[in-house]
Design a binder for this molecule. Sequence first.
Ligand SMILES: C[S@@+](CC[C@H](N)C(=O)[O-])C[C@H]1O[C@@H](n2cnc3c(N)ncnc32)[C@H](O)[C@@H]1O
Length: 317
Amino acid sequence: MSVDLIDLHPTPDDLQQLVEEGLRKTPRQLPAWLLYDAAGSQLFEEICAQPEYTLTRTEISLLQERAKEIATSLGSGVIVEFGIGNTRKVAPLLQTIQPSAFIALEISRSALENTLQDLDDAHPGINMLGICCDHSNLQSLPTHPWLEGQRRIGFFPGSSLGNFQPKEAVAVLARFRQLLDGGPLLLGLDQPRDPAQLEAAYDDAAGVSAAFARNLLHRLNRDLQGSIEPERFAYRASWQEAQQRIEMALVSRCDQTLQLANTRWHFASGETLITEHSVKYSPQAAAELVAQAGWSIRQRWHDSDDNLSLHCLEPSD
Ligand SMILES: C[S@@+](CC[C@H](N)C(=O)[O-])C[C@H]1O[C@@H](n2cnc3c(N)ncnc32)[C@H](O)[C@@H]1O
């Protein structure tokens, strides 16, 4: 079968506008997808292998153990994954559902190319279509013969929904409902648990999470002709009880002025640049969230500690 790729990545002008908007906020915060350039995608893979970061291993085990039940609940159709990153999570679904095509939406072009090539080698009977885009901002899936007349099954693992604030998360889930055109969505979310465990998961002892966050500054230097010295920022991951989220931030180690695309930005010592949030949802909070976006939970699977769940969602009307 074949591999095809459609590139809808935001332009350099979009990027500059987004960064400037983010740096004008109080506190300053950039969209989480900016973390994923080629180097960021590789560092994320390394994070997944750290002993403190159990989410990926737990979710893969759950998907492998329950693949048949999950496939029955989802039914047949083409699979559309939002933010693929790696191939290990979708593999059990490709094996059991055997779709005619797999559609991967992914912001990191290098991650998209590598994963589609690996999947094509492992599943030669399935057409592989990559769409390089910001999936939270996509109005519709592009027209393509592999999508024509096909029922769509969405897959959104990795607790990636947690990168959005609850209001934005509702909008993203509603957007996915529109993109899936009546089809179901398999959504992976992890739950609030011991804050010390969560903080360690997002600030591993080997320093990979810190390198991942600082890579954002290298990216800004490269894409926006910046003058940032990444080591002048410390990295911090902290649990925020009221918002039920981990906040990941770079903290300026000194008073400094940075230049990005001809604009200067002053950072006071101790001032933060939030790189991402990871909101955690209890089972009840997850049910309320998806209901607001017009989804209902048909079935839920979780690991033995009930730290992470996969939900088969179907449109509620
Ligand atoms: C937290 S990682 C999860 C990767 C993989 N799905 C998993 O569960 O391990 C998020 C993935 O989604 C991609 N991504 C993040 N934000 C995105 C966006 N707005 N649009 C498309 N892809 C995005 C990243 O490049 C990365 O590959």
